[in-house]
Design a protein around this ligand. Structure first.
Ligand code: SIN
Ligand code: FE
Length: 294
């Protein structure tokens, strides 16, 4: 099956025909990755001169930004440099929200803007505190402290590498196969554990059963060295000065190398999908014959 669908959009925002918008939405819901090889997020020479992995605080992977509060976290820079980085991330967040809303008009009213990140650290050779945090291993996105409560995770990326270096990913097998393989290996949560995690702030909100199963599938995929080696996979290169997006809770992926990428996250309630039955939540409910929304 073809995994990537290419679109010719080249401006921020891009005008789309009704057919193109439908194609974007349906391709995403079918588990494809959308590639925009002509869409370049422009970096100014002043910004580019500051590019360095040292911009990130030593205990973090990325610099993160919240468009709704205008707060930036994880940046280690002097008082004259920090506002330049802040403005650059803010500009990326604003443009990418507008771009994504424009190509996905059907989602627009329902899309929740998540965090933005700037990733100036080279992936290859980067140290990870545990295998669970190692994104060079194939996984479906799911985060321990941030339950989505069934909402979809839609992420938009821009490679802004000034040295012509691509972002190299691997794409794994379709999520239905991943779930069939790993879901039977995940145990039900221990009674009361999800309430306790919520009460003590381990999770930012209550983990519904769906979040529990997604997170454990994520961990089990990364832990399984045979699977990492032998599962169907292909290498994909995202050239510098290009963008791409996917439902990363549905597209099995790993990042192998590259430096200087922006990312904008969105959450989408499954009822806003054209076909909610294509969501991981509904598919998992079918497999387990169980309501996972509690
Ligand atoms: C990931 O979502 O696993 C990381 C993607 C990237 O930083 O390129
Ligand atoms: Fe990921």
């Amino acid at each position: 099956m073809k995994r990537i669908k290419t679109f010719p959009f080249s401006s921020w925002p891009s005008s789309t025909t009704t057919d193109e918008a439908k194609d974007c939405m349906q391709s995403l819901e079918n588990g494809m990755l959308l590639s925009f090889p002509s869409l370049n997020f422009q970096i100014t020479p002043e910004e580019q001169a500051l590019f360095s992995s040292n911009l990130v605080k030593s205990n973090r992977k990325n610099i993160s930004f919240d468009l709704t509060t205008d707060k930036m976290k994880g940046c280690e820079a002097s008082q004259d440099i920090e506002p330049i980085i802040h403005k650059m991330i803010q500009r990326f967040a604003g443009l990418s929200v507008e771009f994504v809303e424009n190509i996905l008009p059907h989602y627009k009213e329902h899309l929740i803007t998540g965090r933005t990140s700037f990733r100036p650290v080279e992936i290859k050779g980067r140290e990870n505190p545990s295998y669970k945090k190692n994104d060079t291993l194939l996984h479906l996105d799911s985060f321990p402290s941030r339950p989505t409560k069934g909402k979809r995770l839609l992420r938009f990326f821009a490679n802004v590498n000034p040295f012509e270096i691509p972002r190299i990913w691997k794409l794994g097998e379709p999520s239905k196969q991943v779930m069939k393989k790993f879901l039977p290996k995940v145990k039900s949560p221990i009674l009361g554990s999800r309430s306790l995690m919520n009460r003590f702030g381990i999770t930012k909100s209550y983990r519904i059963l769906y979040d529990h199963y997604m997170l454990h599938i994520h961990d089990k995929m990364k832990q399984d060295t045979d699977y990492q080696k032998n599962a169907a996979q292909e290498i994909v290169e995202f050239a510098p000065h290009t963008c791409w997006m996917a439902f990363t809770d549905q597209v099995s992926h790993a990042v192998l190398s590259g430096q200087y990428v922006f990312e904008q996250s969105f959450y989408l309630p499954i009822d806003a999908q054209e076909s909610p039955e294509k969501s991981p939540l509904v598919y998992m409910e079918k497999l387990l014959q169980k309501n996972l929304r509690t």
